[in-house]
Design a protein around this ligand. Sequence first.
Ligand code: NAD
Length: 452
Amino acid sequence: MEELVKLQLNYFNTNATKPVSFRITQLKKLESLIKSNEELLNEALRKDYGKGKFETFLTELYVVYDEIKVALKNLEEWTKIKPIETNLLNAPAKSYIMPEPLGVSLVIGPWNYPYQLTLGPVVGALAAGCTVILKPSELTVHSSSLITKLINENFDSEYFTAVEGAIPETTALLEQKFDVIFFTGSVSVGKIVYQAAAKHLTPVILELGGKSPTIFMQDSNLDITVKRMLWAKFLNSGQTCIAPDYVYVHKSIEEKFLQKVSEEMQVMDYKLKNDNYVHIINERNTSRVASLIDKQKVYIGGNYNIVERFVEPTILTNVTWSDKVMQEEIFGPVLPILTFDNLDDVIKEIKQRPKPLALYLFTQDENIKQKVLSEVSFGGGCINEAVMHISNGELPFGGVGESGIGNYHGEAGFRAFSHYKSILDKEVTPDPDVKYSPYTDEKLEMLKSVVA
Ligand code: NAD
């Protein structure tokens, strides 16, 4: 690991990654590498946890293509020097901000979207002009080894390489000094990464998790909104960091809401033998998700098969904050429904807990939208939709508080891997002596009149 980081640092110091033309060539190369291997990439994900090609395209490959498209379209603009006004004290001079790549970057990915959440950040790193060491998750054996192979066969390791491994390998990587670390995963491992980075004062971007609330107000158009919310929840079998974790429904529409949920769940084709219903990543997680299902509270579903790594889409009702399902991020196809009378009570409950990664609000009332958006802190989210904010490549994506530090996608991804150097470029003449000693009262008066 030490040699690899040294190799990349030496390469970075040749300035080879800095020309915009170089970065564009590399991004295009990455794009064509993925495009020409789509079938293999689909197959690997199917082997890992039964993900079908529809979801693989929509939630993995498309997102990476979109990131690359946005970067290629805007890179010239993003890399431009930005002129800033010069104050009177420094005139005559030019002031400007100049983006520069941070240097050697480490990108650590999770298993739940093994292409999007590894290659997405990599696009930001390459666009910014960094070198990259990518460490995909060890849990998606087939997709991680495929992307490692594709990257290592097509890019020079001094510029962009992938390293497979679990805790020991990641620990060894984290002992090295990087210029920036981008981590996506759990809150607990995020803290380990943050501590390791602190030893070298390395900046981090932490994309973490948590429980994302969803609120249905009385005026919600249930015919449309319930379908949207359920799709977002059961996508990837609920193994999505921004999945609606739990739903708060206004008491006055509970019956209609549940009726609509039943109707939609009958239409949705999420069965064990369905090629489009994603499995749970491993038996350990299947048992964990299954243990969150309180049989007494099952409204729909509730069946599971640990060996087949399958949990049926499950709706729980009459749920309260003391239920087990409300004690941790669910990260599976189980959806608890809580009810409320007063929005202020919901806001209070959410604010007592770690700041969520996402929040979804279903209403058409502008005052309620403004109230929730201005009173509750969360990473990002949607109104009358769920999950899809991640698919707009120009919207920065990230958490706040325990759900993460920093953000990426589009220009935010470029910024995450860049430093913005501030420069005062001064004319040689004139050189008034007001700031030089001897410091007289007269000079002080003159100085005050300039800066006041
Ligand atoms: P994880 O934290 O277990 O693993 C993530 C990465 O860290 C893997 O590459 C793994 O090898 C490595 N790792 C694990 N333990 C480590 C240790 N002790 N020391 C060093 N490295 C270690 O996360 P996961 O199970 O792969 O993903 C699920 C979690 O990630 C959920 O909490 C989810 O909400 C979160 N997540 C967040 C986002 C986001 O964009 N904010 C996206 C996806 C997942």
